[in-house]
Design a protein. Structure first.
Length: 80
C-alpha cells in the first residue's frame, strides 16, 4: 500500500461502489472500491494480484461490524 493516513466517519447513508476498469493500451486493468459520503470519498485502487489484501480488508470490516453490534447490544442492555 502506498503511504497516506486519513480519517473519515462512516454514516448509515455512506455509499460503497465497485468499478472494474479493463486493460487499456496505456495500463493494466484494476478495480476501484469507493466509499463515500457527503464530503468525503475514499477510493482504493487494486490491481491483479492484490485480491488477498481486499479479502483481508473485508474480514477486518466484518470484525469491526461485529464489534459495533456488541457495543450497541451492551448499550441497550441486551434488548434488540
Amino acid at each position: 500500500m502506498k503511504t497516506i493516513t486519513t480519517s473519515a466517519h462512516l454514516e448509515p447513508d455512506s455509499t460503497i461502489r465497485v468499478n472494474v476498469f479493463d486493460s487499456t493500451p496505456d495500463g493494466g486493468s484494476f478495480v476501484s472500491l469507493r466509499i463515500g459520503g457527503e464530503q468525503v470519498d475514499i477510493a482504493l485502487l487494486a490491481r491483479p494480484g492484490t485480491a488477498g489484501a481486499l479479502r483481508a480488508l473485508a474480514r477486518a470490516a466484518e470484525e469491526a461490524a461485529s464489534a459495533l453490534d456488541e457495543i450497541a447490544e451492551s448499550a441497550s442492555g441486551g434488548a434488540a
